[in-house]
Design a protein around this ligand. Structure first.
Ligand SMILES: [Zn+2]
Ligand SMILES: [Zn+2]
Length: 263
């Protein structure tokens, strides 16, 4: 299984729009959250960020077996509008029978929790009604098998209702928890992972949890490697080199967008 970080940035991403600070001017681009998981036969994408179009294009990903989202916040789910908007293409190509349900003549499946589904129905009902986008409610404790990849959701503390994902194939385990304050102590599905991609705002710009809480989460997961996500040079007022060095001193890694590892 190969994993690729689609977005290492926070909710705003780097650079921050219209910001002329030295950090925004001199840092590499960091897109909003996303993770690509690939096997020989299957392609899974975690999160539908507002940068989803660019993220998929960059890696030439044209077939996705399933999307999974952790929660309904803008930076994790608003990319569903981007995908839905492709229906307009059908309008141009087939003006006679345009019904707002076209999607390259294909279908996509999105897994997410009940709160995310409720949000879609309440705030973007035209997308909820798009027959080419199938939303499957998947709550904490539930498992979904896509080919040989098993994905399990577990509840985490962040906003109204958020989950993390444990992704496994052939004895390899990846844990993805991009937005979190605390993970539950009475849960063990995330333990002993090969790699965890975890909320990483712990250098003085905490917005989701306190540093001690995030570090406690990382300790609980007991992963061989820890990659910090939700990285912002702008919010931390640090250049990339300093951020990376500070993380390294704690035993953590910071990746650029599209860095990957084969497990
Ligand atoms: Zn800035
Ligand atoms: Zn969030």
């Amino acid at each position: 299984m190969k994993i690729t970080l689609l977005g290492s940035g926070d909710a705003i991403g780097m650079p921050v729009p219209m910001c002329d600070c030295e950090y925004c001017q001199e840092s590499e681009k960091r897109r909003r959250p996303g993770l690509l998981v690939e096997t020989d036969d299957d392609t899974l994408v975690f999160e539908l960020s507002p940068d989803i179009k660019e993220q998929l294009h960059e890696l030439k990903v044209c077939e996705v077996d399933a999307f999974f989202v952790t929660h309904h916040h803008f930076d994790h789910f608003s990319g569903i509008r981007e995908l839905n908007h492709i229906a307009i293409e059908e309008h141009v190509l087939n003006p006679g029978d345009f019904d707002y349900n076209g999607w390259h003549g294909r279908e996509i499946t999105v897994y997410g929790n009940q709160r995310t589904w409720n949000y879609l129905q309440e705030k973007q009902s035209h997308i909820a009604e798009n027959e080419n986008i199938s939303f499957e409610v998947m709550g904490a404790g539930e498992k979904v098998e896509i080919g040989e990849v098993t994905t399990e959701a577990f509840k985490v503390e962040h906003g109204e209702e958020t989950q993390g994902y444990v992704i496994q194939k052939d004895g390899k385990k990846v844990v993805y928890v991009p937005d979190v304050r605390n993970i539950p102590e009475d849960e063990d599905c995330y333990e002993d992972a090969d790699i965890v991609l975890m909320e990483g705002q712990l250098f003085g710009a905490e917005s989701h949890g306190y540093t001690e809480e995030i570090e406690q989460n990382i300790e609980q997961v007991k992963a061989d490697r820890t990659v910090l996500v939700n990285i912002s040079e702008h919010l931390n007022q640090m250049h990339t080199e300093k951020l990376e060095k500070t993380a390294e001193e704690k035993g953590y890694e910071i990746w650029n967008d599209f860095e990957s590892v084969e497990l």
